[in-house]
Design a protein around this ligand. Structure first.
Ligand code: GLN
Length: 263
């Protein structure tokens, strides 16, 4: 089948399957099998697609996240390997990295901990954009630790990656950053199938972890990603634990997404 026909077919099939953005996803899938970018697809309209395309389309029709189907996904300046061992890196988490970089400006060689690193997105981006940072990335899930290591190796970025729990926050850091599980169990049923049926539940569902980390942490700077409607509560918790200069930053959709402070 030619790329142009495959695009139309895939768009139709993905729309039937309830995918939110069927045209964009069709373009990503076609681009992937042709080894081009999404914007390169139009120049390739007459090319024949390899058979592999059918299998990838079928996976996306089953509502597997596009990032897992493609096996990699862009995050800030990096392309990260993505699979069900960790959450898909999300655009709102790029704002978390932005805040870390802003807070670390002018600090020579800071020690940074990314707690619950998943694919490694936050720690690896900080290491990429601030090569003098001494970054450590920790996750409780062995699969996530393995994936983060694969990403560090692929990208040739120097980050210490280890399996561990929240207590690592107490080891003494200049900055602790975390995008912990913050979806409440009641919200679970309302999540899209891409999330509910494919992403690791332990990376998503959790309550009170921001407060627990902030309480345990031995750090001057702390940066959290928070869920919808959680920013004020997390900011209050930071204030009552003695953190100052508390800042709330919205994501690109305008939802308050990042809370940070210092002590
Ligand atoms: N932002 C994710 C979601 O929408 C949740 C990430 C997390 O729990 N840390 O499901």
């Amino acid at each position: 089948m030619k790329a142009a026909d495959a695009l139309n077919l895939a768009e139709e099939r993905l729309a039937e399957a309830g995918v939110d953005t069927p045209r964009a996803d069709a373009e990503f899938l076609v681009a992937h099998v042709l080894g081009t970018s999404r914007s390169g697809v139009h120049a390739a309209r007459d090319r024949e697609l390899p058979d592999e395309f059918g299998a990838l389309l079928e996976r996306r029709r089953n509502r597997e996240p596009l990032a897992y189907v493609l096996g990699e996904w862009g995050f800030r300046r990096l392309v990260l390997k993505t699979d069900p061992r960790a959450l898909v890196p999300r655009p709102e988490t790029e704002v978390v990295v932005e805040r870390c970089l802003a807070l670390l400006r002018g600090e020579p060689g800071p020690r940074v901990l990314d707690l619950g690193t998943g694919s490694g997105a936050i720690a690896l981006s900080i290491a990429d954009e601030r090569p003098d940072v001494r970054a450590t990335a920790v996750d409780a899930a062995p699969g996530a630790v393995a994936l983060a290591r694969e990403n560090a190796e692929r990208l040739e970025l120097d980050v210490e990656i280890r399996e561990g729990d929240l207590d690592v926050a107490a080891e003494g850091w200049d900055l602790v950053v975390s995008n912990p599980p913050y979806v409440s169990p009641d919200e679970w049923d309302s999540l899209q199938p891409e999330i509910r049926e494919w992403e690791p539940r332990d990376a998503l569902v959790g309550e009170g972890l921001h407060e627990e980390i902030a309480r345990l942490a031995s750090t001057r700077l702390i940066v959290f990603e928070v869920g919808d409607g959680q920013a004020d509560h997390v900011a209050d918790a930071l204030a009552s634990l003695g953190y100052a200069d508390i800042t709330i930053t919205p994501d690109l959709t305008g939802e308050d997404r990042v809370v940070d402070g210092r002590r």
